[in-house]
Write a protein that binds this ligand. Structure first.
Ligand SMILES: *Cc1c(COP(=O)(O)O)cnc(C)c1O
Length: 336
């Protein structure tokens, strides 16, 4: 099976499993797990921040960040299509009493900072207290330019706001731009980084920030039931991914480009430019997309099932697969 629905479908490799099996572990709720402690130190150093905290998922590290930055009745500014607003089941509001102020996302994946500035509330008892701007990189595979991030930082400084990055795929941005994580993380007070996307671990995400901020996040993580015990087996997979699965993200980006180039030759679909490890294919109708998806599935290729179909390349998609996938699309389009 070739599964193009997401880069979350990757399975731990034999070498990653061996690293997990060999990891020294302890009780991380007591702070005793050496593999966890080392990974957190490694990530803090890589991101250029004081401290780091492991959690089970990117949703949880984003939630910990929102809860640690904002009190009840405080507000975060965010994109309608950003994960921290749309795809986390409203956790910040449900669990933190935090008010979202969403904005339409521009075509380039950014928020219009002038529009954002207009919604920053003055200090008035009628209003929630605006506390945080939450951005995303990459967004739908798109790398957000660093000069935009620096502008966002200046806006936050001007208004005394905190700045959070949902960097679920920030390593894709690092590899695409050849900029180190510390540089991309520099404008932000906190960054959430997923390891179970293109980095290929079965579980795990990291939150980085100041020591004080991570202490607050640590308490929230415990409250949410996210304290884990011999979690070094997870950290070992993450450590392995840092060593072996970062630079190879360039292969995923190359495969997405090749997929784009091949599919662009076909009639009946409109292919958007490849963005890091993602390609979006537009069909005339949902019905047409489903027919193509069904045909691909009959030939062991799994895709999203929507008229704007996202195809994601990852660790478990090989160079040889790309031509095969393009051929299957061609055959499917000829049949409908
Ligand atoms: C996947 C993802 C997350 C976190 O998702 P989990 O499945 O909870 O790890 C956060 N932000 C973005 C942009 C994502 O794609």
């Amino acid at each position: 099976m070739i599964d193009l629905r997401s880069d979350t479908v990757t399975r731990p490799t034999a070498a990653m499993r061996a690293a997990m099996a060999a990891a020294p572990v302890g009780d991380d709720v007591f702070g005793d797990d050496p593999t966890i402690n080392a990974l957190q130190q490694r990530m803090a150093a890589l991101a250029g921040k004081e401290a780091a905290l492991i959690a089970s998922s990117g949703t949880q590290t984003n939630l910990l960040a929102l809860l640690s930055h904002c009190q009840r009745g405080e507000e975060y500014l965010v994109g309608q299509e950003y994960h921290t607003y749309r795809y986390e089941a409203g956790g910040a509001a449900v669990l933190g009493g935090i008010v979202p102020q969403p904005f339409e996302v521009e075509a380039d994946g950014t928020l219009n900072l002038a529009a954002v500035e207009k919604r920053i509330k003055p200090d008035d008892p009628h209003f929630p207290i605006t506390r945080l701007l939450s951005l995303e990189n990459t967004h739908t595979g798109r790398v957000i330019p660093q000069d935009y991030m620096l502008k966002a930082r200046r806006l936050c400084d001007k208004h005394g706001l905190k700045l959070h990055l949902d960097g679920a795929r920030v390593f894709n941005a690092c590899v695409a731009t050849q900029q180190p994580l510390a540089e991309l993380a520099a404008p932000f007070d906190s960054v959430s980084i997923c390891f179970s996307k293109g980095l290929g671990t079965p579980i795990g995400s990291v939150l980085v920030g100041s020591k004080k901020f991570i202490e607050r996040a640590h308490r929230w993580r415990k409250m949410l039931g996210g304290g884990m015990r011999q979690a070094g087996i997870i950290a070992a997979a993450m450590d392995y991914a840092l060593d072996h699965h970062i630079e190879r993200l360039a292969d995923d980006h190359k495969h997405a480009q090749l997929l784009h180039d091949g599919l662009s030759q076909l009639d009946g679909i409109r292919v958007e430019p490849a963005q890091t490890n993602m390609v979006y294919v537009n069909f005339d109708s949902l019905e047409q997309a489903l027919k193509v998806s069904d045909y691909l599935l009959e030939h062991n290729v799994i895709t999203a099932r929507s008229a704007r179909m996202r195809l994601v390349t990852h660790l478990d998609v090989q160079s040889d697969d790309i031509g095969h996938i393009v051929t299957l699309f061609k055959q499917a389009l000829q049949r409908i």
